[in-house]
Design a protein. Structure first.
Length: 136
């Protein structure tokens, strides 16, 4: 399961059982730390997840800014709460890529706002899955 953790929402994607492709499954509207973690853990149980990937929003130069630090903190809390391995995956430009894919698919602006975080989570997951196949 991959998460695109933003300040207002968390995009969620899961892979197929073989770990080849990702598909978006949810967008969680953030409320507070406990509620956010509880909802992610509910989805972990629902989808029988064995590993988590959290997008790490590095700056273009590769440095860690405040958003990356928040993602790392969320990943640590998630690892503690779930007992599962949590990986960080570079997510530079995934939201922009997701926006481009949705525009190319002629998705309305209103609908894009509803699914952009889910689409970004799919890109994060796919990038992670592809890197695992390259570097076993």
């Amino acid at each position: 399961m991959a998460l695109d953790v933003g300040s207002k929402t968390i995009g969620v994607a899961v892979s197929d059982p073989l770990g080849w492709t990702g598909q978006g499954v949810a967008v969680i509207r953030r409320k507070n730390r406990e509620s956010d973690l509880a909802e992610v853990l509910r989805l972990v149980r629902e989808w029988d997840v064995t590993e988590l990937v959290v997008g790490l929003p590095l700056s273009l130069d590769g440095s860690r800014g405040p958003q990356a630090q928040q993602a790392e903190t969320f990943a640590r809390r998630l690892a503690e709460a779930s007992g599962l391995p949590v990986r960080l995956q570079d997510e530079r430009l995934t939201t922009r890529q997701a926006e481009r894919v949705l525009v190319d698919a002629d998705v309305s602006r209103r609908r894009r706002r509803q699914v952009i975080d889910k689409a970004a989570a799919v890109l994060i997951l796919q990038s992670y899955l592809d890197s695992r196949r390259r570097d076993p």
